[in-house]
Design a protein around this ligand. Structure first.
Ligand code: ATP
Length: 314
């Protein structure tokens, strides 16, 4: 097969459709993940994230559309595509009769790596993921956090270009979550293309450069993280007054001040420059309205997610 064009994205999904019986799990979504990108795939439960990932890695037969990995159609070049991708699935699917080291060896064998290279690689991964002391343990003897780390180590055994992680931090404690974030950032610095699904909005905000939000099998947003925050959520500024008001003070009308419906001591503003803020404070002072505090609330992806899907996230 001729080499794919150099500029082809790491992953390109065109009008993907996947049905289960009468139900449409993925309804014509399209998106691309550029090489070296850190892409976050968000959406509520059942939105179609795992189905899309399974289609990309060739675990699910698709009913429509096309998927390319580095410019190659995965339906015809699935073996090559599979070699370029490391998948850390959501569910643990380890063989419980294998030991940790064997799990990594078997995975390497699946990709046809030479035994001599595999030993070095497996040892390095066990070390990197803090599993060296558990190399001869069975999976049942690992903690939840260790199983998560093993999932990631196994995904990396064949040194793939793309790493896809389906909810890599589900159910782990805060310490391990931060540790996994560091590992993912390090992989990104090493030049890997990373795709992550998550329910944790702060995780996507902390890690991802671009984000796709999927809802009921359709893509409802596809943008840079910054762009999403800019276009769908605004920072808010609040001035807390010493005494409640009946209505926003008329002299602040041109700043679009709103009175908080739940707290009549609180005036809310969308975007106020430092100059406008000092002007607003001076105007309040002139009217004899005492100010107790000024706060800014930074818009978060949680706001964006709520605005676009109408549902909360963890
Ligand atoms: P979650 O965040 O809960 O993991 P998700 O966004 O990954 O959700 P999917 O697992 O892709 O969602 O599921 C999308 C839809 O497809 C859901 O309605 C689900 O019930 C359905 N579905 C997924 N796998 C199957 C299957 N093997 N057979 C039938 N329906 C399925």
């Amino acid at each position: 097969m001729a080499d794919a064009p150099h500029q082809a994205p790491a992953i390109a999904v065109h009008h993907l459709v996947k049905r289960y019986g009468d139900a449409t799990a993925v309804n014509g979504i399209s998106f691309a993940v550029e090489r070296g990108d850190f892409f976050g795939f968000l959406g509520p439960n059942g939105a179609g994230k795992t189905t899309t990932i399974n289609a990309i890695v060739g675990l699910a037969r698709v009913d429509g559309g096309r998927i390319e990995v580095f410019g190659r159609d995965v339906s015809t070049a699935w073996r090559k595509a599979r070699r370029l991708i490391g998948l850390a699935p959501q569910e643990y699917n380890f063989d419980r009769y294998l030991r940790v080291r064997e799990i990594l060896f078997y995975q390497a064998g699946y990709y046809g790596l030479r035994p001599r290279d595999v030993t070095t690689r497996v040892d390095a991964l066990l070390e990197r993921f803090g599993l060296s002391a558990k190399a001869d343990a069975f999976v049942a003897q690992l903690s939840g956090g260790m199983k998560r780390r093993l999932t990631l180590a196994r995904a990396l055994v064949h040194d793939p270009q793309i790493v896809i992680l389906d909810e890599p931090t589900a159910g782990v404690d805060v310490e391990l979550r931060l540790e996994l974030w560091e590992t993912l950032r390090a992989l990104r610095r090493e030049g890997k293309t990373i795709v992550l699904t998550t329910h944790y909005i702060e995780e996507a905000e902390a890690l991802c450069e671009r984000i796709g939000i999927i809802e009921s099998g359709r893509m409802v947003a596809l943008e840079t993280t910054e762009g999403l925050l800019r276009s769908h959520a605004r920072d808010e500024l609040t001035i807390t007054l010493a005494h409640p008001l009946q209505a926003p003070p008329p002299m602040l009308a041109h700043f679009s001040a709103r009175l908080d419906p739940e707290n009549a001591c609180r005036l809310r503003f969308e975007r106020l420059s430092p100059l406008q803020l000092s002007e607003a404070l001076a105007l309040l002072g002139r009217e004899g309205i005492d100010v107790e505090a000024v706060n800014t609330e930074r818009a978060t992806l949680q706001d964006v997610f709520l605005a676009l899907t109408g549902r909360g996230a963890r």
